[in-house]
Write a protein that binds this ligand. Structure first.
Ligand SMILES: [Zn+2]
Length: 481
């Protein structure tokens, strides 16, 4: 298998992946959701890729310790530390407590992960349960002289970090600063960010804590640093997130870590592109976002969305349309029909002792497909190429159905699926009613007796009931139309 290569936003290069601490144990941190609204397909694109990346690492025999936060505190409606707290605002809107809101939307998030076969992180931790750790990070920054106080909180002085403006090779001077920012005049630099915000004097917040600086709550950028330090140590292997974290959130995480440890928190920084709908990023604020439940209501298998995601390279943006997901759904059904056929062949081989030829030789062919599949994924997570290899393999098998050992084919499909997680073999097919099965059997016998007219009539009857017969040389399968 080829060496894993991954694009590191920190160096702007594709690099060989080499663990930093232990040879086989990887620390992976991924920024989680702000749990104030429903998870939509735009968010899920990133989570699907993180899941695939993790599974690729596992396929390469690494153990992965995966940590993810859920933001239930401190994320304001503006990236410039002003505006309302998203959680508190939603709680008011729904007339619920912040904790109820966090609980409800965290459950929704987990349900979505499950629908897309995304494995849960080893540690999924809410920011509100890590206040002590966040206060400790801020204290350390204060002791080292990186903070200053304004009338509304404690801020990080980004001018004290050399190269802050060029992290991820961006030029911060080009970023427009929001002129309407309240309190911004008190910031020393427009890029400075809140570490601790004081509770407003005239308002009691639902989530607020005592701190050495006064009652308030931590700023959004500290929770990931505090949790990463706690669970993965000062410097670990991989930090992931959407490209939307490149301008602000991730440089701010790096700045805090650099200030405390002199290192940029993680060795590899991996970012995933946006999902666009009508040429705009799919987000809550742009409206028109689509959820997994919407796909289910359209009778689309949620895993069709997973396949859709994998069909586009992770660093590119992907264009969402229902038609595109529907075509992925058809492709997924073709994949399921293929594995059903192989399963039928497996039984045929066992029961009817049909001769399969060249199977030994073709075991090697299957292995070659598997190897190029993993090599594609190891090559900067090239999922479109990996999917193409899967299709090429199914095409070759289809052409020589009786020269591949069906057991080996199913095994290989399962190997592919341990990364793709599309349920290729273990999918739940719609149960075929016994009446249809009986008719199909009757038709098969009639065909053998060369009573084709009668056989065709039964086929019509089956089609009218919403099922179709797929004929092969010595057997048939039934599927839903
Ligand atoms: Zn983060």
């Amino acid at each position: 298998m080829d060496q894993i290569k991954i694009y590191n936003s920190f160096s702007n290069n594709i690099e060989d992946f080499k663990p930093v601490n232990k040879p086989y144990l990887i620390g992976m941190y991924t920024c989680g959701p702000t749990v104030y609204s429903f998870t939509h397909l735009g968010h899920l694109r990133t989570y699907v890729f993180e899941d695939v990346f993790k599974k690729v690492l596992i396929k390469n025999e690494f153990l992965v310790e995966h940590v993810m936060n859920t933001t239930d505190i401190g994320q304001l409606t503006s990236d410039s530390d002003t505006g309302e707290d998203k959680m508190e605002r939603q709680a008011k809107r729904e007339n619920k407590s912040v904790y109820q809101i966090a609980n409800f939307y965290t459950k929704d998030f987990l349900w979505n992960l499950k629908q897309l076969n995304i494995n849960k992180p080893n540690i999924l931790a809410p920011a509100s349960l890590h206040i002590k750790e966040q206060i400790n990070v801020i204290k350390k920054l204060e002791t080292k002289g990186y903070t200053y106080k304004t009338s509304d909180g404690i801020y990080f002085d980004t001018a004290k970090i050399e190269n802050y403006k060029t992290i991820f090779n961006q030029n911060k001077e080009d970023l427009k600063s929001d002129e309407r920012i309240e309190n911004a005049f008190e910031k020393k630099n427009s890029t400075d960010f809140a570490l601790w915000k004081f509770s407003p004097k005239d308002e009691k917040r639902q989530m607020e804590w005592k701190s050495p600086w006064g009652i308030g709550f931590p700023g959004w950028h500290t929770e990931c640093v505090a949790m990463a330090f706690k669970y993965l140590g000062n410097y670990f292997d991989i930090h992931c997130g959407g490209v939307d974290h490149i301008p602000v959130h991730h440089p701010n995480e790096i700045a805090q870590a650099e200030a405390i440890t002199g290192r940029p928190l993680s060795k590899y920084w991996v970012h995933f592109g946006f999902l666009l709908k009508n040429n705009e990023k799919m987000s809550k604020s742009s409206g028109g976002f689509v959820r997994v439940i919407d796909l289910i209501n359209l009778k689309i298998n949620p895993l069709a969305y997973r396949l859709f995601v994998l069909n586009t390279y992770y660093r590119k943006t992907a264009d969402f349309s229902i038609e595109a997901i529907q075509s992925s759904n058809n492709a997924l059904n073709n994949l399921y029909a293929f594995s059903e056929k192989i399963k039928a062949l497996k039984w045929l081989k066992l029961l009817r002792k049909i001769k399969f030829t060249n199977t030994k030789l073709n075991d090697k062919v299957l292995y070659n497909y598997y190897e190029s599949f993993i090599n594609a994924l190891n090559d900067d997570l090239n999922t479109p190429k990996a999917i193409e290899i899967l299709w090429n393999m199914t095409n070759e098998i289809n052409k020589n159905l009786y020269s591949f050992n069906p057991v080996s084919v199913l095994k290989t499909l399962n190997e592919f699926d341990s990364v793709l997680s599309l349920d290729i073999v273990k999918h739940k097919t719609d149960k075929i009613p016994w009446k249809i099965k009986l008719l199909a059997k009757k038709r098969f016998i009639l065909k053998k007796q060369k009573k084709f007219e009668l056989a065709d009539k039964i086929r019509e009857q089956i089609t009218n009931s919403g099922y179709q017969i797929n004929d092969y040389q010595t057997f048939y399968t039934i599927s839903k139309i």
